[in-house]
Design a protein around this ligand. Structure first.
Ligand code: ADP
Ligand code: MG
Length: 477
């Protein structure tokens, strides 16, 4: 039997507001436990929540960027359940009337085609606290700093058909919330989290299969692995004559397996009802249009512009626009250099390699856009070859100074003096009579050997174009 995989994702994006969604407590990450939880976050008697307008604005920006409808009237609801990290005994969320619904994003598949993934809804809610199970000698500790931090829960249609598609969608949402500056996207710190709903069905069947929900997925790599594992497990269960049960499963990255956490609650277990402490959120046309006017250039539009204006390939344009900061860096370099392809190659090659190695964001790059222009300009005017430029780049990265300073200090200026190169070419030919004979007998490949010899004698500084030209002439005899 051939199986079709069906995946729908729920993304929780922590909104980058300074204070919490219903209180004035700080949302900053990493403070000592329970220093950023006020009476509202703790659910003390007599307190009242006050909605943070900034969270509403951010949710609307997301909706507008994904072609969703922005509800003119949305309602907060109480989702009731008991858990130690939820002081009130309910989470304030949205249920029947979410602030954003019905949009889509497009993803690019490996074969280069595009696919549209539907966004069912995005609603505002508060985060819960955190249970800490280590260092309490058999007890659990609770940190309520995170309680009340605003979340935007983004729910997709079950439109994805493979783990790869799910990851592509997730990366798209990740890119988008960072462009919009509504979420920092930090998966390690938990500010961008994802639950994956996975089911399988026989190829051709229209009805959906029973799904399992995977939690605890905190990296793109784990998400792909966990989904693939879960798909295999479900197929095994069905082919072994069993039935998939609807449940929540946890991914264990150490053991590389998923295991059952709890059977899935039905919505009516939560006894949702409108929160009587909060008024409905009413947004008018003018306000929504003002938010639309605030939208930055979005990744898709930027990508198209990069292809059209700079002649980049779809692939390069995709990579360079995947983060707004990378796109900005690229545009700054091109503005000072006028060679988009060279800029793209260096940003996607040496620069991104160095950033990865040092685990740095591009905003904290040790070679900024101005310094990069200084380096690439020296390749363009033939002061150094592309190969030597890599050495110069490394030195710049280590803080040795600008490209010009490094080139002077290390004596890396390319030899472009034809007479000087010619003398070395003659020396090399004279020193290798056997290879010369073989070359002339038709072994063309030996050109590379001669080039290598000249480069060795000049410590890589001879202009490669000139070396090639001179060697071809002289080797002919
Ligand atoms: P809940 O709130 O209980 O998790 P929802 O109906 O809101 O349930 O669905 C959550 C997510 O699960 C959505 O992204 C949806 O696309 C996805 N989903 C629903 N049914 C299936 C299914 N049979 N297979 C895969 N994904 C599904
Ligand atoms: Mg769910």
């Amino acid at each position: 039997m051939s199986w079709e995989v069906v995946i729908g994702l729920e993304v929780h994006a922590q909104l980058r507001t300074r204070s919490k969604i219903f209180s004035g407590a700080s949302t900053a990450f990493g403070s000592s436990p329970n220093t950023q939880a006020c009476a509202v976050d703790l659910g003390y008697p007599g307190v009242l929540p006050v909605l943070n307008g900034e969270a509403v604005r951010m949710a609307a920006m997301f909706g507008l960027a994904t072609g969703c409808s922005i509800a003119r009237r949305s309602v907060f609801a109480r989702k009731n359940y008991f858990y130690p990290d939820l002081p009130k005994g309910y989470q304030i969320s949205q249920y029947e009337l979410p602030i954003v619904h019905g949009g889509e994003v497009s993803i690019r598949l490996e074969d280069g085609t595009e696919k549209t993934i539907g966004i069912t809804r995005a609603h505002l809610e508060e985060d819960a606290g955190k249970s800490l199970h280590e260092d309490f000698h058999g007890l659990s500790g609770i940190d309520l700093n995170r309680a009340g931090v605003p979340l935007l829960e983004i729910v997709s249609e079950p439109d994805m058909r493979s783990a790869r598609e799910a990851v592509a969608y997730l990366k798209k949402i990740h890119t988008l919330v960072r462009y919009l500056e509504i979420c920092d996207g930090n998966m390690q710190e938990g500010s961008f989290r994802c639950d994956a709903n996975v089911s399988v069905r026989p190829q051709g069947q229209t009805e959906l299969g029973t799904r399992a929900e995977l939690k605890n997925l905190n990296s793109f790599r784990f998400i792909e692995k966990a989904i693939n594992l879960e798909v295999e497990r479900q197929i095994d269960v069905i082919e072994g004559g069993g039935k998939v049960v609807q449940e929540t499963r946890l991914y264990d990255s150490d053991k590389n397996l998923t295991r059952s956490m709890r059977s899935k609650e039905e919505a009516n277990d939560y006894r949702y009802f409108p929160d009587p402490d909060l008024l409905p959120v009413v947004l008018d046309e003018d306000w929504i249009e003002a938010r639309r006017a605030e939208l930055p250039e979005l990744p898709g539009a930027k990508r198209e512009r990069f292809v059209k204006d700079f002649g980049l390939s779809d692939y390069d344009a995709d990579v360079l626009t995947s983060a707004r900061e990378t796109a900005d860096y690229f545009e700054q370099v091109v503005a000072g250099l006028d060679d988009a392809k060279l800029a793209a190659n260096w940003i996607m090659g040496e620069l991104s390699g160095a950033l990865n190695r040092d685990a740095l964001d591009i905003e904290r790059s040790k070679v900024d856009a101005a310094a990069m222009i200084g380096l690439l300009a020296r390749i363009k005017d033939d002061t150094i070859s592309g190969k030597i430029a890599k050495e110069v780049f490394e030195a710049m990265w280590e803080g040795e100074g600008s490209a010009d300073e490094v080139i002077e200090k290390r004596g890396l200026r390319q030899i472009t003096d034809t007479a000087a190169i010619e003398a070395i070419v003659d020396e090399v030919i004279a020193a290798n009579p056997t290879q010369l004979e073989q070359y002339r007998a038709g072994k063309d490949k030996l050109l590379g050997f001669f080039v290598g010899q000249v480069m060795q004698r000049t410590a890589g500084k001879a202009n490669p174009g000139q070396v090639n030209k001179l060697l071809r002439e002289k080797l002919k005899g």
